[in-house]
Design a protein around this ligand. Structure first.
Ligand SMILES: Nc1ncnc2c1ncn2[C@@H]1O[C@H](COP(=O)(O)OP(=O)(O)OP(=O)(O)O)[C@@H](O)[C@H]1O
Ligand SMILES: [Mg+2]
Length: 578
């Protein structure tokens, strides 16, 4: 596998980076952008991730308009902010009616357009504008999209055809996004956006993975689903490959990676394959971004650890048990180990005599990979398609039982086909699961930050949707937000001892605080600091962690636990040793 060097590869105008949470999409996309700009190409780098890290990598504030990077001429960077996009979309729909319609009607329209699917479609509108805008096409040699983890991105790309179908089939012309007429004009842009993505002479899909089993599996899924959308011009970048080994730890990592590479799914082997070495430094700051695809400079870190004693996960579980927490979330950036920590907390609470239910809101997570039912823990995951069917049939049977006319039932049926109904169904399932906390402890592994923030957003706006669709509000939903804000609930922030995972966790904690949800403990996972490795590269990487451990220690007032990096999969009883 050759080193991934964008300046030596014939690249199309549009480059679209996707892959599992935390694999290095942002790092490799940024390094590509800088490398091409350094070669004199005019480059626009855009993040569609609601929890983007570009501002961390370039250490500057960004907007949804291209901002030039002073130390990299020719490079412009933009963050598509779905919340802001939704606000702009809402205003674009309402503005023509201000001063013409009664204030109460305007207020109702504003409420109607504050649902989570407005956020989704507005985010896609912004994305499709960038990928279809002729002026942007002429202005730049390359337009690079850094995206959110796979699940979120696939849903975003499937949205246009979902809405185009809904728009063309709709008979009453209304939806949770207001008059569909407003969307009619978008259909052409949606069509052009999907065509551009599917045009191999214009767009390349760059699948980013780590040399590990789960990321390879997710890359295989993404490759298949995007081929189904017609996006066939694909290449694979394996990021974080250890190129040399010396001590026991580096040798076990090296062998583990080689084994995963040997088992790479067949469908991925047919793609153009490139690799990026594992580096001793975080991919933040222009110097490190420039170095990622070229050299491995080891910067001496003099910082020493302030903490004299660092708690372990069992100390966290002890406190959760003593405080009688009933709803426990693990949250954080993609790929930091939320599922592993959630499973370990669940198993630890069972060992302390608690009755526990473990679940995940992450469509991509596989709890059964880390824990099986013999552990005395009941488990579930939110199957989005399943929940949608369940919700649609429930609303319909209630409508029929209420003696509604056939015409009205047809109206409800049509409305239930709207792409945002899934959001409502998933949310209700989430509320039902939290309701289990009445008689047991519920431990919830969540999807990467961006997806979870949207779930929280919809927690706050869900009632509007139900009001509008005349659906009754289930008790579980009425009780959800108050329960999340109560001291029954605790969010464990999971991170890596690295720059962007810590910055993202700090922003997440702020959002939780704003929503009135408690987050006291931080868990720092996959730490090399605790391993005493003598391998020069890994030892340098361990030293680079100290700065972040000290920051977390200070920020969380010592409420942070460390989990050392280990070559073996942490699953089953090994979870108890954390
Ligand atoms: N080759 C590498 N060597 C060492 N560290 C790396 C490498 N690539 C990425 N990293 C580090 O891994 C972490 C995750 O990288 P990054 O944010 O690019 O992943 P991502 O796929 O964009 O994550 P998300 O799914 O959350 O958007 C960062 O701390 C980054 O500095
Ligand atoms: Mg990213």
């Amino acid at each position: 596998m050759d080193l991934f060097d964008p300046s030596k590869i014939k690249l199309t105008k549009y480059l679209f980076y996707t892959g599992k949470g935390g694999v290095g999409k942002t790092s490799v996309a940024c390094a590509t952008a800088v490398s091409l700009a350094d070669k004199g190409k005019r480059v626009l780098l855009i993040s569609t991730d609601p929890a983007s890290n570009l501002q961390d990598v370039f250490s500057m504030e960004l907007t949804n308009k291209g901002t030039s990077i002073p130390s990299v001429p020719n490079l412009y960077v933009a963050n598509l902010d779905p919340i802001q996009a939704a606000a702009e979309y809402r205003e674009s729909v309402i503005a023509p009616y201000r001063g013409k319609l009664p204030v109460s009607v305007i207020a109702n329209m504003e409420e109607q357009l504050s649902g989570s699917c407005t956020i989704e479609i507005a985010a896609f509108n912004e994305f499709s504008n960038f990928i279809t805008d002729e002026k942007v096409q002429q202005e730049y040699d390359h337009i690079i999209f850094d995206t959110a983890p796979t699940g979120h991105t696939l849903r975003m790309l499937q949205l246009p055809s979902a809405w185009s179908n809904f728009i063309s089939e709709s008979t009453h012309g209304a939806s949770c996004l207001g008059q569909l007429s407003g969307l009619e004009s978008k259909k052409a842009i949606y069509k052009q956006a999907v065509e551009t993505l599917a045009d191999g002479s214009l767009t390349t899909l760059i699948l980013v993975t780590r040399p590990e089993t789960a990321p390879f599996k997710e890359a295989e899924r993404a490759s298949g689903e995007l081929s189904a959308l017609g996006v066939n011009n694909q290449m694979l970048v394996v990021n974080g490959v250890l190129t040399e080994h010396s001590d026991a730890l580096s040798t076990s990592l090296y062998e583990k990676q080689r084994a995963a590479l040997a088992e790479m799914p067949e469908s991925l082997r047919t793609l153009l394959l490139y690799m990026v070495p594992l580096r001793a430094y975080n991919v933040t700051g222009i110097e490190n971004v420039r170095a990622l695809l070229s050299t491995d400079h080891v910067t001496a870190h003099a910082e020493t650890l302030n903490a004299t004693h660092i708690p372990v996960l069992n100390d966290v579980i002890d406190e959760l048990a003593v405080e009688g927490k009933r709803v426990i979330f693990t949250m954080g950036k993609g790929g930091v180990g939320k599922t592993t920590v959630a499973a370990a907390v669940a198993l630890g609470l069972v060992k302390r005599g608690k009755k526990v239910h473990l679940t995940t809101t992450d469509p991509a997570a596989h709890l059964k990979f880390v824990l099986d039912e013999t552990s005395g823990i009941s488990m579930s995951h939110i199957d989005e398609a399943e929940e949608l069917k369940k919700y649609q049939s429930e609303v319909l049977s209630k409508a029929r039982a209420s003696g509604m006319s056939n015409e009205d039932i047809a109206y409800v049926e049509e409305d239930l086909r709207s792409p945002c109904t899934q959001e409502i169904a998933v949310f209700r399932a989430f509320a039902e699961i939290v309701e289990k906390a009445d008689d047991q402890v519920v431990v919830i592994d969540t999807a990467p930050t961006g997806h979870t923030l949207l779930l929280l957003e919809s927690t706050q706006s869900y009632n509007h949707e139900i009001q509008r669709t005349k659906g009754e509000i289930p008790e579980s939903v009425k009780r959800l937000l108050p329960r999340l804000k109560s001291d029954e609930t605790e969010v464990i922030i999971v991170t890596l001892p690295e720059a962007t995972p810590v910055y993202e966790a700090l922003r997440l904690e702020d959002d939780l605080k704003r929503a009135g949800i408690a987050a006291k403990w931080w868990v720092v996972n996959q730490s090399l600091y605790g391993t005493n490795t003598t391998n020069p590269m890994l030892a340098a990487k361990a030293a680079s962690e100290v700065e972040w451990l000290n920051r977390i220690d200070e920020h969380a007032s010592g409420k942070f636990a460390l989990i050392a990096w280990s070559a073996e999969e942490i699953k089953g009883d090994r979870l108890l040793a954390l």
